[in-house]
Design a protein around this ligand. Sequence first.
Ligand SMILES: Nc1ncnc2c1ncn2[C@@H]1O[C@H](COP(=O)(O)OP(=O)(O)OP(=O)(O)O)[C@@H](O)[C@H]1O
Ligand SMILES: [Mg+2]
Length: 446
Amino acid sequence: MTFIKNFEYVLGRDKKEINKFGKIGCGYLGKTIVQMGATFSLTNNIYMDLAKPHIVLVCGKRGTGKSYTLSVIAEEITLFSKQIGKNIAGVMFDTMGIFWSMLYPNYQDADLVKSSGLQPQGVPVNIFINEKSIEKYNSLGIKYKGLIKLAVGELSVVDWALIFRLDINSEEGILLQKVLANIIDKKKEFDLDNIIAAIEKTKANEKAKLLLANLFEGAKGWGLFDSKGTPIDQIVLPGEVAIVDVSTFEFLYGWSVRALVIGLILRKIFDARVTARKIDESEQMSHYIPNVKPPTMEKFKYLPQVVALIDEVHEFIASDTETPATKPLLQWIREGRQPGLTLIMATQEPGILSPTVLSQVDIVISHLLTSKKDIEALRSVAQTYMHYDIAEYFSTLPRVKGVCLILDDNSEKLYTLRVRPKLSWHAGASPNILDKEINKDKFIYK
Ligand SMILES: Nc1ncnc2c1ncn2[C@@H]1O[C@H](COP(=O)(O)OP(=O)(O)OP(=O)(O)O)[C@@H](O)[C@H]1O
Ligand SMILES: [Mg+2]
């Protein structure tokens, strides 16, 4: 049994860990739902472990509360004490441009927040945006912390081929490989103009040269590339949550530019955390073994453990398409445990995700699903501790926003939960023209 005191539950911890740590380093998610006849009541508190690495899937059909749940988890990271917070950071990839509103208190649902024993409050998230959105953010008076820039030299041939949708074996693809190999040999840092100049100098089919040079010329207008990228330790800050607004990145190439931003940031975090773990290990060893000295931190970009939250993840790691974020996501999923990386992914369509995601998740938070394919996907992760079919559990859930079913491999339990109300403003609601009119004295029905 995984009760802690007063019948509170902790997701993501086994009995031994609960005995040792209780709910320290956990985020408060909401309350369990208990059905009594025709009524439902909210009873025991549920917390989620954020102190050690997890792979979490948040799913549910349109408008059931996935983005809301992600921001509840992000809020919890900002609320950690200094002692816990210095060891953990959150990075939320905002695919719809909705999470900026977390800076403001949730006055729209103030009654609900207060009835849960909480107070509406904005949380101090750090917003990172595309250079192209500066004007929009300024005109709306939204404070942002910095710009997202990617270093041209950090992109591989495969990254470019994926965003430009080039076949690596086509004439343009082969030219791209040649040009990049040449530049990388000569320079460590370079920009798009250097690539265009190198294309022009290379002996190759003129049509292929023109096409490739035009693609890079176009990319200059995205406001994304520079010879130096935004340093990862400026985005990932201990105890803080970065919101990376990828919603306004170039859409001409579908989601691939957004995927590129996500993929490169995930890659940088992974590499920095592998180094950080070495620092941690030698620090630990130095207490036991006299000739092991802990490395001096200044030489490295020391990052705390990271919880990455990604909305609409099926756009980046579906089973049938590769994007520039696919490999970095798979790396986090397969190898992220040792460097202490937690991935929390939300999707409307668990049924189209790469099977690796489904086989590695240890916590599933599922809001209502009705499509056969998606229920089937959850069935594939259903565990021996489930007594009934997953569809039966869904049929008993009350049809209220934020209600979900949780499968937790760590405690080997299934829970029904209503996610707590957000403290901060949620900008992801469906717009309704009547909301704008509701405060008017006269309402004309037509
Ligand atoms: N835990 C909750 N408590 C109260 N209201 C909630 C809760 N979760 C969601 N809602 C309400 O439901 C609305 C839709 O939630 P949300 O934006 O998270 O949907 P979604 O599942 O992300 O939808 P989509 O698939 O379209 O992105 C919110 O605007 C909010 O009003
Ligand atoms: Mg959403």
